[in-house]
Design a protein around this ligand. Sequence first.
Ligand code: FAD
Ligand code: FES
Length: 283
Amino acid sequence: MCSSHNQLVPKVATIKKITEETSSGDVKTFYVEFDKPEERAEFKNMPGQCAMISVLGVGESMISITSSPTRPDPLEFSIKKMGKVTSKLHDMSVGSKIGIRGPYGNNFPVDEWRGKDLVFIGGGIGLAPLRSVINYCIDKKENYGSISIIYGSRSPADLCFKEELFDNWPNLEGVEVHLTVDKVEEGERWDKSVGFVPQYLEQISPSPNNSIAITCGPPIMIKYVLESLEKMKFEDEQIITTLELKMQCGVGYCGRCNIGDKYVCIDGPVFSYKQIKEMPQEF
Ligand SMILES: Cc1cc2nc3c(=O)[nH]c(=O)nc-3n(C[C@H](O)[C@H](O)[C@H](O)COP(=O)(O)OP(=O)(O)OC[C@H]3O[C@@H](n4cnc5c(N)ncnc54)[C@H](O)[C@@H]3O)c2cc1C
Ligand code: FES
């Protein structure tokens, strides 16, 4: 339950920069700073956590913090245009004010992963929460083994975070990036894989030995990625995912996001496959 009503009060922040991730413009990354530096100091986030982003007079949406706490300022949120709040955010410009409350939820168990090889499997905007933990593990690379990033989108134009995918991550020692797209239009340049993420994962076939697989993406992709990982002999405890249920309060108050006795906003959004299998399966 909510420990303090202060948790529900949005803090004012200013948009400092906006970048378009996809060529259709449906995903934008917002770089934001709290107006009061002391409020930034109080906002202590870990990879995998989220925040409620509010637009005055419109409403609030839960959004993953895509920047790593190892690179604290500005805070970054990558947002797909879906409905009223996210569309209004997409209409905003540098200098616009938004509200932020959080950070909410649990985080990826990065301390438990020390010494392990990490396999990140993402699809579409699902790379947003993974990007935070990928950059966190890269910045603390001495704690981890190899890092593999397997990522797919509908088309080359829909890949998010292109600079990191093509220029930054593949040039780092011990980091591999594998990219695939569902389809390529005639005349479009693409020299990497074509096909769905789960099949591509099986082709790459990372070893389950001393590994952790972390996945986030559209529900249908996650479903088949989990099946592929099982086929590849990953144990349930070695598989971690994040759930995106509709949320309202974000602090275990409204009952909007419960699955059985779990509230995704406070017990999640990060769960192991073992925990997911123990939940009622109607969600
Ligand atoms: C833990 C968590 C982390 C998230 N992280 C991100 C992120 O990093 N970037 C991002 O772009 N989005 C993220 N989302 C999804 C985001 O919260 C919703 O897309 C957003 O709230 C939609 O708000 P809206 O007012 O624009 O749309 P609405 O007008 O409320 O809805 C528009 C459409 O989107 C659907 N929708 C609304 N919420 C969700 C949801 N949670 N899941 C699936 N469909 C939904 C509605 O059913 C409707 O069809 C996250 C959600 C959760 C719960
Ligand atoms: S969003 Fe209100 S209880 Fe989780």
